[in-house]
Design a protein around this ligand. Sequence first.
Ligand SMILES: *Cc1c(COP(=O)(O)O)cnc(C)c1O
Length: 429
Amino acid sequence: MTRQRSEDLYSRAQQLMPAGVNSPVRAFRAVGGVPFYIASAKGAFLTDVDGNRYIDYVCSWGALILGHSHPSVVRAIREALARGTSYGAPHEGEILLAEEIVQTLPWVEMLRFVNSGTEAVMSAVRLARSATGRPKIVKFEGNYHGHADYLLAKAGSGVATFGLPDSAGVPAEFTQHTLVAPYNHAEAVEKLFNEVGDQIAGVLVEPVAGNMGVVLPAPGFLQFLREITRRHGALLIFDEVMTGFRVGKHGAVGAYGVVPDLVCLGKVIGGGLPVGAYGGRRDLMQMVAPLGPVYQAGTLSGNPLAMSAGLATLREMTDDRYAELDARVQALQDSLKEITHRLGVPAQVNRAGSMISVFFTECPVTDTQSAMSTDRQLYARLFHALLKRGVFLPPSALEAWFVSTAHTDTVIERTVKAFRAALKEALAG
Ligand SMILES: *Cc1c(COP(=O)(O)O)cnc(C)c1O
């Protein structure tokens, strides 16, 4: 397997973009080596510029639940394209996608489309602050909500009080209203509410965490968040940018039965084009401009190509499709568990619907501390051993793997076979 053309492209790219990429993890820094350049993608497969083919477990970071270039999505985009690329004025496509979402997620009574998950979360937080007249937001360590200044915070090694900025260029004042608690630790949240409950606008959470690998909510954790926010007059905001239409048709709300006040969506609802959305209770959404005082706008929001790709995706994803996908990913999970067990490697295989990840550690992974205990060197070796065998995992040990409906039984079987051989090789050093 040669990657000469990719290497040449990467040299050129590094002169032009930081580390040659437009999103950091794509640069392979967590696993080493040089990223490959995609020439085309179809179904479960990526083809690089050197003609190598890979089974794709990134699937555009979860956006592509139908896999690449699904015929219905391509057709929908093509039809929309014939009618123009962007209007900056209302069109029916926005209504159709909104109706599809509202019908499937009835707790989203009203919504607003934006262009990314980052924007969706920023807007939902602004709305929560306005609705409550309070400044503070509780978030969880290891949860990712996009790159807004005040959300790039997680607890330093100490008490979960005032968040410390995670990125350079974020003044400490900007995160002073961000309170960080360890994921799945109800007592830490309780403590924050006991201390400053009357200043907390909302609790923002990934109801299933997917940005430190897949970490499920502990039994009762989401119910607890619902109860404590209600008791203190704060809002509960579910960041379902990754989990929405991914862990199941009704997202994490459907899976766990806890209904938040506001929901953030993205990824799958754009069908591979740039989309985000925030929505929820009608009384809250009616506070958004121009109905209300919470300003939020977007030049390309409700983009007709993106709306059509999202709609085509959601319409393809019937209950049967979700059930079939779930069964397949469960089979994958079972196989990965069996292989790691047989090879005597301590491993946790966490899964929520079609999101899955393997942590190489003894302890159950329930928060950042346990997630970080994964053997990242082993993961990096496994990553390259799999890449060589034509399987592309996320280039970081702390990211979820995404499976699409295009990952057929045959594709899963090939993956399992490659995984067994690659893990043996990785263990040998
Ligand atoms: C991907 C993601 C975001 C950010 O979405 P972008 O479209 O990359 O801005 C926010 N929250 C969660 C939970 C995500 O997984």
